[in-house]
Ligand binder design. Structure first.
Ligand code: UGA
Length: 430
């Protein structure tokens, strides 16, 4: 099939590349010329394991352009994966998606499907359909389909090629048939429903996962108070298949481009309709407090950070990404700097982005050893495998005072004890 994809962020680019891998001919459209030029040269503009290899392998089947007219004109399917960033009031900003819808209406010259992959509030697909109908230039049939995306950063290619489900929200039989044809080669179960329910499945899924994380974080906080161990508690809970063992890792809260935005957006949508989503409100509040938990914990050891050498390991919101959106580091490092700390950081992928986000007197280190040498305290914000595999004895060898405050429970308590470090983690005994 001839497919065009609008937007080459995580969702758009991964969708495009995996569709090409399954034999479709794909044109990627973006307004960013520099990005398009990079991709034409076979360079992947985002950090995502496996994506560049797949781009190169399928280069005959993918083209990149800023010329949306040429891309949309004759496409059988136009997939929209442009951003829906959060507005100040927590609602989703839909201006990019509406702009693409208008461009499509002005351009298409054949019957086609417009497939919305971006996360959009319930009812948006209907508005897009209406907008296209009002602005359409040629006598063609355009069906709008909601097809939310469930990939996670860091495992996006695998998540798409071997997804657990494909959710398709359609209002016509024709649209359902074309979608089936496009996804036929993926061999993944479908949920075929109406557009509004498909939109809701996306938010309800993300918000449920966010809720699960905030729940386990609250239980972890209580474990610390009463002297229980969250790792054992989560293990014991997770063995019940009705609960499931995933997304029960206690830590310093969820970040990234999805959970913080989607919890606020659903809460906003409910409030807008005079309904309060109490569970989601609580999940958001718990997460906000959890994010600054490590700095609060450190107050038990120091009154202030003035003049202290503080090592920070991990800047990104999770491992295997260079993404800093809503990462705990973005909130905590300014607190440390304002308090007069000398901050030395290490992260295998996020340091370049961090320099752009937070230009200041931070020292960026080449290795974990370099970051922790002579430190009074070390904070762990992201569970990179390099940190988990790091020889724990080196903390006591290299630090001025071996206090490790770990927001991601990277080490066994017994190893920390044996290595002679003062180890404070989440929801566990010390
Ligand atoms: C999330 C969802 O997992 C995807 O299914 C969804 O498609 C995506 O949002 C989206 O809407 O685009 P992502 O934000 O990439 O994916 O990352 P996750 O792996 O879900 O992690 C999100 C945050 O939750 C991270 O900060 C992570 O550290 C935190 N987390 C996750 C925990 O604190 N504990 C856990 O047990 C799991």
């Amino acid at each position: 099939m001839r497919v065009s994809v609008a937007g080459t962020g995580y969702v758009g680019l991964v969708t495009a590349v995996t569709l090409a891998e399954k034999g479709h001919f794909v044109t990627c459209v973006d307004i960013d010329e520099e990005k398009i030029e990079l991709m034409r040269r076979g360079i992947c503009p985002i950090y995502e394991p496996g994506l560049e290899e797949l781009m190169i392998r399928n280069k005959e089947k993918i083209s990149y352009t800023t010329d949306y007219m040429a891309a949309y004109k004759r496409a059988e399917v136009i997939i929209v994966g442009v951003g829906t960033p959060e507005k100040k009031d927590g609602s989703a900003n839909l201006k990019y998606i509406y702009e693409v819808a208008r461009q499509i209406a002005h351009t298409v010259e054949r019957d086609c499907l417009v497939v919305i992959k971006s996360t959009v509030p319930v009812g948006t697909n209907d508005k897009i359909a209406q907008m296209i109908k009002e602005n359409i230039k040629n006598h063609v049939v355009v069906d709008v389909v909601s097809n939310p995306e469930f990939l996670s950063q860091g495992t996006a290619v695998k998540d798409t090629l071997y997804a657990k489900r494909i959710v398709i929200g359609v209002e016509t039989e024709r649209a359902g048939n074309v979608m089936r044809e496009m996804y036929d080669r993926f061999d993944i179960p479908y949920v075929m429903t109406d557009r509004k329910s498909a939109e809701m499945i996306k938010y309800a899924s993300n918000d449920f996962l966010a809720l699960k994380i905030s729940y386990i974080n609250e239980i972890a906080n209580l474990c610390e108070i009463v002297g229980a161990d969250i790792e054992d508690v989560a293990k014991g809970m997770g063995m019940d298949p009705r609960i499931g063992d995933r997304f029960l890792n206690a830590g310093i809260g969820y970040g990234g481009s999805c959970f913080p935005k989607d919890t606020k957006a659903l809460h906003w949508l409910a409030s807008f309709n005079d309904y309060e989503l109490k569970t989601i409100k609580a999940a958001i509040e718990v997460n906000e407090n959890q994010k600054i938990k490590l700095v609060k914990k450190a107050r038990k050891y120091f009154d202030h950070f003035n003049g202290l050498n503080v090592a920070v390991l991990g800047l990104t919101f999770k491992p295997e990404t260079d993404d800093l959106r809503d990462a705990p580091s973005i909130e905590n490092i300014p607190l440390l700097l304002d308090d007069g700390a000398n901050v030395r950081v290490w992260d295998p992928a996020g340091m370049e982005n961090f320099k752009k986000r937070l230009p200041s007197d931070i020292i960026y280190c080449e290795s974990i050893e370099e970051a922790i040498t002579n430190a009074d305290v070390c904070f762990i914000f992201t569970e990179w495998s390099e940190i988990k595999k790091f020889d724990i004895h080196k903390y006591s060898e290299l630090m001025k005072y071996p206090l490790v405050i770990d927001g991601r429970n990277c080490y066994e308590l017994s190893s920390a004890k044996e290595a002679g470090i003062v180890y404070d983690s989440i929801g566990r005994k010390r």
